[in-house]
Design a protein around this ligand. Sequence first.
Ligand SMILES: [Zn+2]
Length: 251
Amino acid sequence: MKTKDFELIAQSFFPNETLEFFNDGTQFGFNNMVDKEIKKIGYSVNLTMDIINQAKDASVDLILTHHNVWEDHFEMREDCLKALRENQLIHYFNHLPLDSMPFGPTGSFAQALGVKPIEKISSFEGFYFGIVGEFKSPISLTQLKEKVEKVLDHKVRIWKHHDRLIKRVGIVSGSGKDLESLHDAVSLQCDAYITGEKKLSALLYSKHMGLNYILGSHTFTELGGMKTYVNLIKDKMDETEFIQLNDEFIE
Ligand SMILES: [Zn+2]
């Protein structure tokens, strides 16, 4: 399948309004676009030199990621773009459109945790990146920690701010450290909030409001959504091989 056909498939799961809204070249699209035959696709959350080297070693034609290598990454962006060119590797990324979809990082993470979404939170210009949802029956904070660690496959950190059981949780995969999203979760009576990043003001606010804060990792709270997206694409690209490129666990 040609790169152009891949592009049509990769965009086919999103409403036109979503693609039009985020169509500024930084939120979804290509780096080093070359129209050629795509036989092998490698996917990950981030684009780094390590990911590019894995792709090169595995003879991948196209790297599919959630994050772009952003404009504000200075030398890292330049070096990655240069390595893509030198190795004739195409990079396709889908960031905020994917974050806004029910099958995206938050939705996939919630499903893996067994949380049924009941409300959307973490809004941006009419798009939502987070959910509030409920477990079938209440669980302890220890049980929740174990569940999250099992899904993410790494240890997580907890800031405990009450002793009640947990039925309702706010989830924002990736970076949900903004106080608006936490405020949404508090307003909707969440017992815990799960995200992939923290900052001091978020921890101070969650303590003040008595909301348990569960810190996973930005990358691994988003990996499930990336896998869901890959599976949707894969279903429409029979001839193409897909492999996972391994994101490093940093935080
Ligand atoms: Zn992210």
